[in-house]
Design a protein around this ligand. Sequence first.
Ligand code: NI
Length: 203
Amino acid sequence: MYLVHEVPGHRREAHIPTLAIHYRRAGRQPLSRLREPPTLAIIPIRRAGDPVLREKARRVRAIDSSILKLIEDMWETMYDAPGVGLAAPQIGIPLRVVVIDVHDYPPFALVNPEIVKRSGERRCDEGCLSVPGFRGEITRSVKVLAKGLDPKTGKEVRIKGENDLLAEALEHEIDHVNGILYIDYLSGPEALIPLSDAPEIKA
Ligand code: NI
């Protein structure tokens, strides 16, 4: 998912060089202590129409080094895009893994994420890195409670969003691992709004 509108106070991490992000995420070690530079991987993002985006992604059975590397690649790819959320199928890996970094909540990855509870309805103006150049207005939940495994500890965590970007991103990214895109909630392709149209800027 990417930010359709500028959010005041958003950290704009995309402006931080990706190498710095990698080192930071590698455990805040000073650069001098890392013997070898990490292998950075910014992976092409699959676009709507690619069948991998429509698969029900498989559950991760063990959080091993390949999953941790996948998550690193997802961070790199998401910040490079730039976006505020990414799901593994978007880089061609049909596994249930998502990463999310919205303002006012610490960045997190979730393995085998699922929605526990949701309630209420609100309209959201949404965009997806797999549908570049467009946004669309859809209905999302007001309250969203999700759970999944924290890859750093292997333990289950619960994350709650309410009427915010976090709630929207949880639904958006968990939809991805179920083969759902936000455009599925639109009445049709004509409801997609090109990003060049910016009615909110009109005087
Ligand atoms: Ni998306």
